[in-house]
Design a protein around this ligand. Sequence first.
Ligand code: LLP
Length: 425
Amino acid sequence: SSHFSYVNGVLHAEGVSLATVAEQFGTPTYVYSKAALLANFASYADACAGRDALVCYAMKANSNLAILDLLARQGAGFDIVSGGELLRVLAAGGDPRKVIFSGVGKSVAEMQLALTHDILCFNVESIPELHRLNEVAGAMGKTARISLRVNPNVDAKTHPYIATGLKANKFGVAFDDALATYRTAAKLPHLEVTGIDCHIGSQLLDDAPLLEALDRLIELIDQLGSEGIVLRHLDIGGGIGIQYGEAGEADPVPVGDYLGRLFARIDAWRAERHAGVPIKVIFEPGRSIVGDTGVLLTRVEYLKHGEEKNFCIVDAAMNDMSRPTLYQAWMDMQPVVQGQSEAQTYDVVGPICESGDWLARDRALAVQAGDLLVMHCAGAYGMTMSSNYNTRGRAAEVIVDGSASCEVRKRENPADLYALESRLA
Ligand code: LLP
């Protein structure tokens, strides 16, 4: 993101030197740019201007309360996948009426919580879930608004761990079963069928698979309409990817271009066959809202020159950022201060007792022990996927706004980590 740049050889987030952030808050620390976040959200909001559309930020990507608050103030809704995420939305001052609830394993307690707060919609993923939700809503004297997550069976052409729209995935209802499942849902007394959704995968650089999925959803909406099941919203999921900067990586489609093409298709469909029926369009972006807004700031502990490899051992580890080891994801790493020494090729690794504890491999880096490094594009699926393995407290989180920086999550202390534990009596 352009909100991170070198000023006199020192990397800054907006107007703040990352060396200053490290001094003030220590390392490892996630550092986010508020301006970058607002710009990313605006790229969706601007493309939706004047339309009946809602951007439900997929908060699994980054659920810090300060980030949720900033997005809620811009009018964002939220895509949640647990009761815990709903409680975060409420704690951040978000509007539960703009919340949609995704996920294959919603518990009774989660359904009750969501119904109590009258969320916008449950994105239902199976027939047993329909029946459970109907019972829970009935017992509470409520009606649950639902959408069915349909599996359009398009190949998102992304990493198999994050492709979700194929037949072999656990997600959604098979396209061929969708009509029958809608008929079942329409008969259940405590459900109100309001929409259709899908999510075909994450980190899609091309929008062609998303537009293909849209066509399949439209096909179903037309068929349902002819049976008297009239849908009021269409949710195309998340998925547009970001540029991580790996050599040979394709350029991601700009959000505005993707949304422009998507709305053009919807407009054409409505002009041709769906005139007069209003339909709200919902998006569930995660990575493209927060991914490039954050860096993981870390300090080099040691340089270790081995027989086959050189290791740059830093104070961040796979518990802080698991994307590299989990998905073989390539994440860019750069020194905070440029031109300090000669570049050498290193594997950047953390202190955890696993060979899988690596952040980057075979990188030319000009660093010495004690220097600061950043991992770029760490704003999405970084902090939210972190763990306490090796009794490592989670990193601090800082948001930079112009020349100000604010710690929005304190670093965890070891005592926090075992506070819920006790010895046998
Ligand atoms: N909606 C649903 C139902 C999802 O499952 C996801 C992501 C999203 C929206 C947001 O997708 P996005 O816009 O961020 O692509 N941890 C992995 C990514 C997992 C994505 C899971 N679902 C990673 O670090 O690459």
